[in-house]
Design a protein around this ligand. Structure first.
Ligand code: PMP
Length: 351
């Protein structure tokens, strides 16, 4: 029997729910609930030939187009296999075994996952329900020490949906000059708040974006990491050379060209989120103010039975009660989908 590394034995597994999602209203993964731009499919059709699949991917064209779109230079951006790979490369580039990494709790599971895998020591700062799960800025700053090598923050945060003010992020960046600070902006388009324009101002800042959410391409696995040219050079060195497949690199190029598709989706989601807020209020269900395409609400001791009852009625939501007692997270889709969600919720809530 082979024995894996100790870090692998000790780390908590990540096991998202799987199976039979296609036929349901999928409000459980914070995905786009309709589809990516038709221009993406068109571009892939046009570019995909048998000959092309024989070649290892090249990223030069994608990097030029994406740099232009994000208004950075080509050496300030790394293309990644989803944000997940951006996090992995960030950790592998800046965190050694035994190094301190400051994270928020609850937040996106992959920060801890890759830190644990690298043998880093996680220091956690909690979001407090009593403070409406707002960004715990002072507690976070207090947890940063000269030994801190990395800090990872999702803004807006998953699963709380709450966002940090840009001034709060400045305070964190300025309190951690010796640490690599990642601001994960997977849900940026729904909040409109970004630290991306600061990459030339703060040499410790890293910003990630994804094509999995507002662009509706989670299956493609494509993301971007931004930082100073110097930092990006190190990360590219530590990255697997062909981790982003050719289709993903093509899809990303077409996706950013269709600004209209993104703007329409943001508008729909924001209107639907407002509708959900009103619906939950009407039902007397407490929820947290969201800046993203999902809402965390308090179902109390019935969190899991309510998730299960909704699933039986064809609507998938995500239990989060293991992180914040009683909480369930619902992704915001179209107004029509959210009307259905509210109807089903009303029925199961009344039982
Ligand atoms: N960051 C956050 C905060 C997320 O919630 C998620 C997805 N749930 C991701 C990153 C993952 O993004 P990707 O699909 O680009 O790996």
């Amino acid at each position: 029997m082979l024995k894996p590394r100790q870090a692998v034995i000790e780390m908590a597994p990540y096991s998202p729910p799987t199976g039979a999602r296609e036929e349901k209203v999928r409000l459980d993964f914070n995905e786009h609930t309709v589809g990516c731009s038709p221009q993406v499919i068109e571009f892939l059709r046009e570019k995909l030939t048998a000959g092309r699949l024989t070649m290892y991917p090249e990223y030069a064209e994608a990097i030029v187009e994406l740099a232009e779109f994000f208004e950075v230079s080509t050496d300030e951006l790394a293309l990644t296999n989803g944000t997940d790979e951006a996090i992995q490369v960030f950790v592998n580039t800046f965190v050694d075994r035994g190094d301190d990494v400051v994270l928020l709790k609850p937040s996106y599971a992959m920060y801890r996952f890759y830190t644990d895998l690298a043998g880093g020591c996680v220091r956690e700062v909690e979001y407090r329900a009593a403070q409406d799960l707002t960004f715990p800025r002072e507690e976070l700053v207090a947890a940063i020490t000269p030994r801190t090598k990395a800090v990872m923050i999702a803004n807006p945060n998953n699963p709380t949906g709450t966002g940090a003010a840009l001034d709060d992020l400045r305070r964190v960046l300025e309190s951690a000059p010796g640490a690599a600070v990642l601001i994960d902006e997977a849900y940026f388009e729904f909040s409109g708040k970004t630290a991306l324009k600061w990459i030339r101002e703060y040499p410790n800042l890293f910003v990630s974006r994804t094509f999995s959410k507002v662009y509706g391409m989670a299956a493609m696995r494509c993301g971007c990491m931004f930082s100073s040219a110097e930092n990006v050079k190190w990360m590219r060195k530590a990255q697997s050379p062909y981790s982003v497949n050719m289709l993903a690199a093509l899809a990303a190029r077409a996706a950013v060209r269709d600004r209209e598709h993104v703007a329409c989706w943001v508008e729909e989601v924001l209107a639907a989120r407002e509708m959900v807020a009103e619906g939950l209020t009407r039902l007397g269900i407490k929820f947290f103010k969201s800046e993203a395409n999902f809402v965390l609400f308090q179902a109390g001791p019935r969190a899991i039975p309510i998730r299960d009852a909704l699933r039986e009625r064809g609507v998938l939501v995500r239990d989060r009660s293991y992180e914040i007692p009683g909480c369930v997270r619902v992704t915001i889709g179209t107004r029509e989908q959210m009307r259905r969600f509210l109807e089903e919720l009303e029925t199961v809530w009344a039982r």
